[in-house]
Each structure stands twice: as structure tokens, then as C-alpha cells.
Design a protein around this ligand. Sequence first.
Ligand code: FMN
Length: 344
Amino acid sequence: MLLTELGTPVVLAPMAGGPSTPELAAAVSEAGGLGFVAAGYLSTGALGERIAATRALTGKAFGVNLFYPSAPTPTDRFASYIEDIAREFPIGEARHDTDEWDEKLALLLADPVPVVSCTFGCPSAEEIARLHGVGSEVWVTVTSVAEAQLAVEAGADALIAQGAEAGGHRGNFADRVEDDVTDPLGLLALLQLLRAAVDVPLIAAGGIATGAGLAAALAAGAAAAQIGTAFLRCPEAGTAPLVRTAVTLDTPTMLTRAFTGRRARGLVNKFMLEHTGAPAAYPEIHYATGPLRAAARAEGNADAVNLWAGQAHSLAPELPAGELVRQLSQDAKSALNRALSWGI
Ligand SMILES: Cc1cc2nc3c(=O)[nH]c(=O)nc-3n(C[C@H](O)[C@H](O)[C@H](O)COP(=O)(O)O)c2cc1C
């Protein structure tokens, strides 16, 4: 298990759509954590280039994260939403695709990496066995005990326990509007429930931005933390300038389907507030809103851009990624020592 070989229990969250770069992944791996290459939204060719670029920067282990594909959404579920936003904004074709799942899997089978993680669903037992066959560990993002049990049955080596606090998309296997009436589990509750239910290593994700947060996750039974938002301001990250500034503000976050049709946590803005009833239709709405998001980003207009960030976003420091990994690690040790004296 790769986790036990890490110098520090920090996993860089894959952050598709800009923030993830080979430089960021390599800096985290070089500092003793585990860097990740985000495959989401990339062509298979571009993913191959990112993997090669990361290998050129570090000889240490890193992982690759894939989006698990979902079935096409019936058009009648999102047609009126698209008509509504098209009245005000430029929009694209509301199409469906698999994010090149088969092609990306084939690439990773031909040219393996130490860890393949997955979000939005669980690979089949056969797919996991094939990845095991080429020496890769398979980590699956889960948000509930039921998902964890399915992933363990399919053969997952470790689970990324994603709490409600997490920035970006929820990793739920099924994303149904009907489920919005219930709250997603917070990280602490989820870790305790998973620790009681399954016997594989857990990687805690959601709202961890300091060594004390990392220590809390470890104390609750996680083997490591997967941290995203706290790395958004690192110079190695490809974060858009508008997002770099926005995360420093004391803006609340909320879950929204407005930009992509899949629930994701971001800083509250006008577009989110005006489209709270957006339907569950991923990736169709992601493609439909692409042009409006690109236009707003080019204009520096934060009101119509998805500002994905976790609940502890205002703590993200402007530090080189390696320094951030070292700081998280040292501060976690101090926090755990403090806790051992019962907080006195
Ligand atoms: C900008 C951004 C992009 C993200 N993209 C991905 C992704 O491509 N794949 C994935 O599994 N998780 C993605 N996530 C979710 C992270 O894996 C993780 O759950 C989250 O960052 C943890 O919460 P935190 O942001 O508060 O640290 C993303 C998160 C953010 C903030």
C-alpha cells in the first residue's frame, strides 16, 4: 500500500479544469506527499502528455484521477433550464460523453501509474482487476457507507471519504435531485461511519486546510488527507487569477448544480443564486454552460464563473506547494501532541 510509503500523509486532490498541473503534482510528491494528475475534461492524448510531463519533473510516485461516466440524461429533464439560461448567456451544445473513459483506462493499462483514483462512480470488479494486473492501486471516492461497501466489494484498495465540506464536485455514484432533500454527510461523521463499516484505508477529503485539520482526520481514523482548495493559491497551480483572489475572501460556499448539472461546492455568486433549481444533468449542463463560463472568465466577471472551493477556502495560503506540504505535516504533529495532553 503506497500510503504507508509516503513521507507525509498528504494527498494532493486532483483538480480538473485548470488548477491541476504537472508542476503542482510533482512538487507535492517531491515534498513527501502524493501528487495527482487530474484526467477530467482532458483528451486521452493530453492526459498522456501530462503524465509524461509529471514524470519528467519527479521520479516519485503520483496518481491519476478519472471521472467515472454516467448514462445520458433524458433531454426533457434539462431542456427548459437550457432555454432559460440561453435567454441571457451564450451557451454550447448540451451533449453527453464518457470523458473518454475507455480510452483513458486503456492508456493507464498500457502505461501504468502507481495509483488510479476515480470519482462519480465505481469501476467494475473487472476494471479494477485489470488495473491491479498492471500494478496500480485503485482508490474510489465515496460519500456514504453504501458506496463504500460497493467499492470494497468491487476490489478498491482504499477509499477517498469525501465530506460535505469538500470543494468541487460531489463524488456520489448517483447524483439525483431527489437526494437533495437530505444533507450530505460531513467529513467527521462520514469517517466514523466508514471506519465502523469497512476495513480498507480511508483518505479524508473536505475542508482540510491546516495541520490541525489534517490531525483531526488522522485521529478520526483516516490514513491520509486529500486536500484541494488549500493548494489553489500555490504558484505551481493553474488556478485562474479570478479564483485565486476569490478564495481569499470571506464568501460563503454552497452546493450547486447551476454550472454543470452535478452537485458541486463553490463560492456563492449571482449565477448560482439565480439558478438554485438547476436539474441533475451531468455532463450535459457542463457543456451547455461552457461558453458562458469562458466569457465571464475572460471578462474577469466572478458572477458567472464556477468558483469551486471547499468550506475552509479563506485559509488557503499563498505558498509553494512543497512548503505547504511540509507546514501541514509539522503542524499536524504539533496538533496531535497537543491533543495527547487533552487540549491543556
Ligand atoms: C477546483 C477543484 C477541482 C476539483 N476537481 C476534482 C477532480 O477532477 N477529481 C476529483 O476526484 N475531485 C476533484 N475535486 C474534489 C477533491 O478531490 C476533494 O474532494 C476536495 O478538494 C476536498 O475538499 P477541499 O477542497 O476543501 O480540500 C476538486 C476540488 C476543487 C476545489
